[in-house]
Structures are given as C-alpha cells and as structure tokens.
Design a protein around this ligand. Structure first.
Ligand SMILES: [Zn+2]
Length: 289
C-alpha cells in the first residue's frame, strides 16, 4: 500500500451511476414526451463508455443503476459494464417516479427492469434506485414492492430537504425496511441541525469540488462510514442538446458546469477509493483500500 495514502482513502466508498439519457431526466420530462423517446438520438452509450475508461484508468469500481429501457436498446453496453467488474443494478424500466405510480404499476416496472438486466448479464440484480429518489413519506408501500420484486437493497431515499424529493428526517445510514431489504441512503453531512447533500448530482457541479471532497471525508473520518456518490452519464456531456424552453431554474440545474465535470470527476476518482454498492455495504465487513 502507498504510504502516502491519507486517511480519506482508508475506507472504500460506493460510486454509483444512474444509466439514463439526458431526455429521460424528470425535470426535462415536459419537453420530452415518452412517445418521442424512440426517435431521439441517444448519447448514453458513448458517455458510459467514456466513464468506463475514466474509471478503469483510476482503478475504480462502481454500481450502474441502469434503466430497463436503455438496457433493451444497448444490451452490449450492459455486458461491457458487467465485464469490466462493475455491479449492474436497476433504475426501473421507464424512469417514472415511484410517487407518480400505483403500487401495481410500480411493481410491474421494477420487476420488468430486473428481468431484462438479469437476462442480459446472467447475473442476479440485487440493487434498485428509484428515479429522482422518489421513495418517501407519500409512498410507504414502495419499499414493500421493492422487496416483493426480489431486490436485496434499495438506494432510493435522500435524507435532505429538496423541492422535488427528499425525506429530511430519514436515517442517514443503512437501515432495514423489510425482512430481506435494506435502504442505503445517499450520503449527507449533518451540520446545524440538518442534513446537507454531499453525495453528488447537481450539487457536485454547482459547488466547488472541495465541498464534495470535504463532505466525503467528514463521513469517512467523522461517522466512520463509507459514502455514496451518484452521477449521471449526461453530466459529463457538454455536447448534449440544450432545451431552451425549460425554465431558468431547470436549465441552470441541468447545464451548470457540464464542461468542467469530467475533470472534477477524474479528480474525485483519484482522491478516494471507490467500489460497488454490494461490496461496500452488503459484504459484512467494510472493505479497506
Ligand atoms: Zn434517474
């Protein structure tokens, strides 16, 4: 082991990618009706291939929460991700928020995605992440469905206050939500009586890199827990078409600093040790770098 590796590298954190294309993002949904998805040129394959190369160069492993809709169209991509040693998990089939569906429709969606992904890789899919972290107080049945569909863990709750998602008082670390299911929430830092998001997404692009790095170190050194970081392939793609009709807030959140994200992401890959959700959280002992 490198003697110069600092404390922050003493824990392996979980790197997670939600595999969807730019036109499937919930905030842009009004501008990309589902009926038009099939005719919209995809950018996800090239973006994921670039991410796989960056992760390979850094020796990082991770979990790819993949949409069934994408997997059906790009099965070879799903196999490449798995063959590179990453975990394939499920992001559902059609990227509808759990909170917008009936329990029956939700169960159908997450069962279908699991079956498609398992058919492609021949491996059990154990993890599920709801689109837009849409499991919360309004749909307590969602965890029952996730367990009924045969998943072992969910990473669908973000214990923060946000206008589109979040359960501010949810536990910050892994907790049981059924006989055979655990919820593994996205990472937050606890300060001033509330939880602050440090686990990726728009915050990673909007705030200086040091904020995310500080947050991960706080969780590793202060809480002695692994962190979860999440991102999307389109966040490393400044060449994606811009939706000028979207609101100023949506445009800001979606497009801010896209051109800087790849360099930032590469730095993140090299500053911490990264592993798969199943290996970081389900293997019993917390792995060390
Ligand atoms: Zn998503």
């Amino acid at each position: 082991m490198n003697p110069h590796v600092d404390d922050a590298r003493s824990l392996v954190n979980a790197l997670t990618c939600d595999v969807e294309d730019y036109f499937q993002v919930s905030a842009l949904a009004p501008h990309f009706p589902r009926s038009g998805w099939d005719g919209t040129p995809c950018r996800v394959e090239a973006n994921v291939d670039r991410i796989l190369a960056l992760m390979d160069a850094a020796g990082a492993k991770g979990t790819f929460f993949t949409l069934g809709w994408i997997a059906e169209r790009y099965p070879a991509l799903v196999r490449r991700i798995a063959e590179a040693g990453h975990e394939i998990a499920s992001h559902g089939y059609g990227h509808e928020r759990a909170s917008d569906q009936s329990p029956e429709a939700f169960l159908c969606d997450i069962r279908l995605a699991k079956a498609i992904l398992e058919d492609i890789t021949g491996l059990e899919v154990r993890g599920y992440r709801a689109p837009s972290f849409s499991v919360g107080l309004s749909n307590p049945w969602a965890h029952d469905c996730i367990q009924a569909a045969g998943y072992v863990y969910s990473s669908s709750v973000y214990p923060v206050r946000h206008d589109h998602y979040g359960v501010p008082d949810a536990p910050r670390f892994t907790y049981p939500v059924g006989n055979s299911l655990v919820e593994i929430p996205i990472t937050t830092v606890r300060r001033f009586g509330r939880n602050w998001p440090v686990g990726g997404g728009g915050y990673f692009r909007l705030l200086p890199y040091g904020v995310s790095a500080w947050g991960i170190r706080q969780v590793n050194a202060g809480d002695r827990k692994p962190a979860i970081f999440y991102f999307h392939p389109w966040e490393l793609d400044p060449g994606q078409p811009v939706v000028l009709e979207a609101s100023a807030k949506t445009r800001f959140r979606h497009y801010v600093n896209l051109e800087r994200t790849e360099a930032r992401f590469t730095r993140l890959l090299n500053d911490f040790a990264w592993g798969r959700m199943d290996e970081v959280f389900l293997s019993g002992d917390t792995p060390s770098a």
